[in-house]
Design a protein around this ligand. Sequence first.
Ligand code: 5GP
Length: 183
Amino acid sequence: MSKSGKLFVISGPSGAGKGSLWKIAVKGLEMKYSVSCTTRQPRAGELNGREYNFMSREDFQKNINAGEFLEYANVHGEFYGTLKSEVLNILNSGHNVLLEIDVQGALNVKSQIPEAILIFIAPPSIEELRKRLTGRNTEKPEIIELRLKNALHEMDLKNKYDFVIINDNINIAAEKLRKIFID
Ligand code: 5GP
């Protein structure tokens, strides 16, 4: 696989603030975000092709069968996947690429592309994570409980990452992330 850009992979529990963090950290840097595919429903304000390529389970399965995914995983009961074409097109055009994917996906990518730089964004505590997830008001209580349970499992795998950033103060955390992108 010929590549010239760098591949950054960001993971962390839902509600750890990964999305807000990398959006601050990449400001002014040359970095392209790889849009994943998912079978989950769009949230208010999300656009097809921007946050995700939203698709039916049937279409997702077709992509699996056709070998289109670099990785895919079942996260919180829905499917999420990274298209090989999306990542390779960006890397081959010499640009850095950023994936925001779950721990299973990140470790899968690392096993295929060892040069990938894995960054784990951790919440200051599980209590803080619960507060953030509840405050977001986008998920039902049972979904929040499921996400918290998964968060504990994800936190267990953080030592497999190249970098761990605790998102306590967003500006300090974003500066640390930016440094990793630049180095
Ligand atoms: P959300 O539904 O909150 O947007 O995302 C739920 C989880 O799915 C997050 O941890 C997110 O990083 C992960 N995710 C998003 N896209 C992908 C992907 O393409 N592959 C994998 N493995 N996980 C993904």
